[in-house]
Design a protein around this ligand. Sequence first.
Ligand code: NAD
Length: 701
Amino acid sequence: MTASYEVRGNVAVITLNNPPVNGLGFDTRKAAAEGIAKAEADATVAAVVITGAGKAFSGGADIREFGSPKALAEPNLLSLIAVVENCTKPVIAAIHTVCMGGGLELSLGCHYRVAAPGAKIALPEVKLGLLPGAGGTQRLPRALGVEPALNMIVTGEPVASELLAQVPGQQLFQKIITGDLLEGAIAFAREVADQRPLPKVRERKARFTNPEASPEAYFQFARNMVGGMSKNFPAPLRCLEAVAAAVTMKFEDGLRAEREGFAQLMLTPESKALRHAFFAERAASKIGDVPEDTPQRKIEKVAVIGAGTMGGGIAMNFLNAGLPVTILETRQDALDRGLATIRRNYEAQVKKGKLKEDKYQQRMALLTSTLNYADIRDADLVIEAVFEELSVKEAVFKQLDEVMKPGAILASNTSTLDVNRIAGFTQRPQDVVGLHFFSPANVMKLLEVVRGAATAKEVLATVMAVAKKIKKTAVVSGVCDGFIGNRMIEQYSRQAGFLLDEGCTPQQVDRAIEKFGFAMGPFRMGDLAGNDIGWAIRKRRYQEKPNLRYSKSADLLCELGRFGQKTQAGWYDYREGKRDAIPSPVVEAMLAKHRATLGHAQRQIGDEEIVHRLVYALVNEAAHLLEEGIAQRASDVDMVYLTGYGFPLWRGGPMCYADTVGLFNVVQTMQRFARNPADDAAFWEPAPLIQRLVAQGKSFS
Ligand code: NAD
């Protein structure tokens, strides 16, 4: 049963029932249309109420049908809306909790709408790079007024029902019902049962709530504003044009314009990327061999070891989610410093108006600190964020093993060390997992969950749920040096170095990749994170893999003591207290001298080559990660780069980008790079997975 039908006196009630949010899938649409037919045929029925079971009126399209023929099978949403609108008896939508997308479009086909207060009303299609394609852009302006409708359609943000009911002249909601919604809706249905003609939103004019508004001027201003804000995304402007059509065209013509806009947006790479990211996020929360019903441990108390840069930020995540945290340090002064930083971070948020004073106090009240392991023994989850040295981690994990209660989850925030070795310092490796946060840990969305060889499924299921609770995007990684994100970035950095050797300046490389859409190019990023970190890693690599080629430029930079912003000199110069990157004559001279020793032909390298060399370096390494089983799926890699490394959202992540270009073309380009004597032929050997996919004519997705 996906929509039930019952008759209460002289009113038929159709209840959408397709958990979790009454998505308008094929079976639900069919059952709803059949309900209308039954009501038409029953002479005792004078009016019809449509409502939703459970926690929604309707959340819109059934995402399980996305891209499948079922999504368009008749009755499709447009047909169902036509059935409702053409019903000869009044149809009333009884709206509560959530009414979004197709759900709102269906209700706009009803003759009347009543709503419970607090219902979230939205047309969120723009967030997937689309526009509402079942009449939403034509009917909402007619029901609500042009300006608020445009705002809702262009932003996709939900607005509470009772606020919408206050819009002057609106006909979106005929009534806000504070008591029992269904009873109220049935009573309303009886009141209007005999009224004819039946009001249809399509027959109304789309009016401005400001009667003085000049449509031309209004839409021109709106175009300027929306165009400026939505730079890389075409959907918001298309939404705007569709709303303008509701004002300037007849309903049927406007509907056709809406359909055209929808069809065109559906084909844009930006919409594909947004839909890809939407599904990638959902996929990332699932682990192949850890079923959804895996038992979870209760996490009610958290401990953090180390109150440094990461420890403080990690603690804030849990405080924000209302979980008590105890921070442990070895020394009182380190503890005091860490706590002061947390306080300062919150105070800055209060000052900016982003956090209310009482919320700040509540959060601080959840925070305790200690120098003594006995005080954390009953924590359910402990996250270690001490110095990145195996011997320090060893001491901490041995302590934890001794004091923590059985069943506590022991997590490490290590970025480079072997989680299996860390687990081996305890007698309970099944309870050990990596939780790799990104800096600043209270801000960055990404959390790499590092699965050790012995990590229990229960532990994985629990930390994935915890990640959701603290609003992180968790992606599972196997154990390897650098996990998913940093192992890929190492190849990207190597390639960035080769570009310098061949004649690029750091600013040219940064500009090209930033124009592509990255939040920050490799050299500005190095200056921010500290170039000494990469230096230390490279020194290790020179021992491990003496034949691997690197550009020497980054080492020469570090030999000059230019570690980045913290030394006010890196790839760029910095003025005291400022973060603006200023091209450096010292670096330019250093690079010129270095290049002279190489004997490469210096050449002008175009932006496209720069971008492809950097992005394909990521893609090729990711293909190795997939083959080794370190990453579960290509879309997980995309989530890592979208949420942790500033990859442009409208391109969907490196793997989605490679698929958009076409893997055949990617390989052709890699082979061209391999022939460049100044580059490294071995670097551009396509990963076996890519070669296989190309041979089979397939893509990552
Ligand atoms: P940090 O130096 O800022 O902080 C480390 C803190 O741990 C210091 O306050 C220190 O007093 C404390 N500490 C040292 N030994 C301890 C012990 N035995 N018991 C209790 N406390 C102890 O370092 P950080 O940047 O916060 O890094 C911490 C961990 O997080 C490292 O493993 C690092 O690799 C990882 N990490 C760092 C970043 C980053 O960008 N900084 C990002 C991801 C992961």
